[in-house]
Design a binder for this molecule. Structure first.
Ligand SMILES: Cc1cc2nc3c(=O)[nH]c(=O)nc-3n(C[C@H](O)[C@H](O)[C@H](O)COP(=O)(O)O)c2cc1C
Length: 321
């Protein structure tokens, strides 16, 4: 078991040090509420383009949707222009959010080419100006970064120091380079060096797919907390197990509740896309699920989807023979 403890981020106390990673297409409001309920200390929105904030488009509205049920609200911003990032962080549209997180890790070619995400790892002056600009919002600012662009040159400690010196209140380190994308063993030593270089809280991320790996991450890096991504989609109960937060729900119940909560606040198309992807992730460890996935992708409305979710996840009462 990991040592579960609260973490202070600026003036905000996160209840636990087990965080859910921002995941594009997944960490919408309903999923964040689920993680909060199961004990996650914080769950971020997926990355939101700072440039897109000036438009009132539906997609950005959906990304920013939240209610007072979400106790601590953290929005992740993606951008490369310090002035645009500052304007976004200070904008009225983010007024509900308590924490601003800056994306310095996204490896996707289009993002990288436009100087955003992991490209900022190659321009520390600009990265620092972005953090300083976002701090002018008066809110705690956190940074999520990778440990370098290419695997042959890793400099997590330098990046951590730059973040701290620029005013960051917490850093989350994905222990891989941009070139590693989402595969390969994370560099625990890099995260450990980064932790030793700063006094702000350090969260270690990457490749945690079991409770043992969670413990190992804490031990090997000395980090203050961990951040879980894909494992949290496969098995959201990991937060409950790691934090000791009790729940009497099963997978069927949480997925059904996700469906209802999503359809309350989002349209049918969004809800169906999200539930399909979430249910598929939740089946990752099961055998013989091809037919279920096919049904999920073929079904045409929420009523049908409710039935399919029941077929897949409802285990029913034990019948004594
Ligand atoms: C589908 C997907 C979407 C992601 N979206 C984001 C994102 O919006 N912002 C971000 O900082 N990282 C994003 N990431 C990276 C994760 O937050 C995390 O750093 C990465 O998956 C490693 O953690 P894991 O091995 O526990 O999954 C994404 C990863 C995946 C697989």
């Amino acid at each position: 078991m990991i040592k579960c403890k609260p973490i202070r981020v600026g003036g905000i106390l996160l209840p636990t040090n087990v965080l859910m990673a921002p995941l594009a297409g997944y960490t919408c409001y309903p999923f964040r509420i689920l993680c909060q309920e199961l004990g996650a200390g914080l769950c971020f929105t997926e990355m939101v383009s700072a440039n897109a904030l000036k438009y009132k488009d539906k997609a950005t509205e959906q990304l920013l949707f939240t209610t007072s049920e979400e106790k601590i609200k953290a929005v992740q911003l993606l951008g490369s222009d310090p002035a645009v990032m500052e304007r976004a962080a200070c904008s009225e549209r983010l007024s509900e959010f308590d924490i601003i997180d800056i994306n310095m890790g996204c490896p996707v070619p289009n993002v990288f080419k436009s100087g955003e995400g992991s490209a900022l790892l190659g321009d520390l002056r600009k990265a620092s100006a972005i953090i300083r600009g976002c701090k002018r919002s008066g809110k705690p600012v956190t940074v999520k970064f990778r440990i370098g662009i290419k695997e042959d040159y890793l400099y997590a400690a330098e990046l951590a120091k730059m973040c701290e010196d620029s005013g960051a209140d917490m850093i989350s380190i994905h222990g891989r380079s941009r070139s590693m994308m989402y595969e390969g063993i994370p560099y625990y030593d890099q995260m450990e060096q980064a932790k030793s270089a700063v006094s702000i809280p350090v969260i270690a991320n990457g490749g945690i797919f079991s409770e043992e790996e969670a413990s190992y991450m804490m031990e090997a890096t000395g980090a203050d907390g961990i951040m879980i991504g894909r494992y949290g989609l496969q098995d959201p109960f990991v937060f409950s197990r790691l934090t000791g937060k009790k729940t009497d729900k099963d997978k069927y119940r949480i997925i059904s509740e996700q469906l209802e909560l999503t359809s309350r606040y989002y349209d049918e198309t969004y809800t169906m896309t999200y539930i399909r992807k979430l249910a598929s992730y939740c089946m990752k460890k099961r055998q013989g699920t091809k037919q279920y996935k096919l049904k999920l992708y073929q079904c045409g409305n929420l009523a049908e989807m409710r039935e399919i979710i029941k077929d897949i996840f409802y285990e029913g009462e034990e019948i004594e023979s």
